[in-house]
Ligand binder design. Sequence first.
Ligand code: ZN
Length: 307
Amino acid sequence: MSRTPPMRALIFLAGAALLATSACGAGAAESTETAAGGRPEVIAAFYPLQWLTEQVAGPDANVTVLTAPGVEPHDLELGIQQMTKLQDAALTVYVKGVQPAVDDAVSADTAFDAAAAVTTIPAGGHADEEGHAEEHGVSYDPHIWLDPSRLATVAGKLGERLAAADPAHAQAYKDRAATAAGVLGGLDQEFAKGLAACAGKTLVTAHEAFGYLADRYKLKQVGITLDPETEPSPKRLSEVAALARSEGATTIFTESLVSPKVAEVLAGEVGAKTAVLDPLESKPAGDYLTAMRDNLKTLRTALGCAA
Ligand SMILES: [Zn+2]
């Protein structure tokens, strides 16, 4: 009975074959190298990390994204090809707790966990939802990218990490990281000013993804569910309805990747409207910056913020 060799052994054998080919001066190995342009392969786990990594990597690394546009990243499953890609990459940029499949596949020496770069907040604003932290395998809320100031911190640390991985271009990575951090700092200022004087402070959201935004700009998030794929219990729905009424929420926020049904039912019950707030877990029509500015506009209208 033949035994399947482990993945690492296969990769090792493939690498040895490639070395043998290039030692003979054949063209095959060269063309493989040209395909990547000789640049380090860097994998971003999902969209906001892709955007940030592209800003910092510039032309010095080849950045690809693991989660295809339009796919809800929390549910990502990895095929053999993606596993091989992850094992071969110079660096994988991810947020531990967002995608269990990625958490399991990466190894610490070639992975950058953006959550480890910032101060996290505990998962879940309400105690009665079962198992969210369990489900994500971490006790903190993983949606760190929805606070531009935290993402600016990530930019700086990612610049240092890329500089270490590719020392020949160290200064360029650090310079671009500083530029990205500056742009994100500017966005943070726009949010701080735009949300400084609002009639309402409570965000009732279908998918509880905006904890960091609420934390940074002194808003209060009431999330219906942490997992956008899970139907909330009738008990949870009536609790949120009561909260929405007592907080005087005029808008229930929904998102584009998930059915707005739950939010619409709740809005109907409490006499509120619905509006789309993008958790940026998939590529928006524009980019991270334009989508965040759209979110700010939506928030300012919904919360009745002063001009
Ligand atoms: Zn999420």
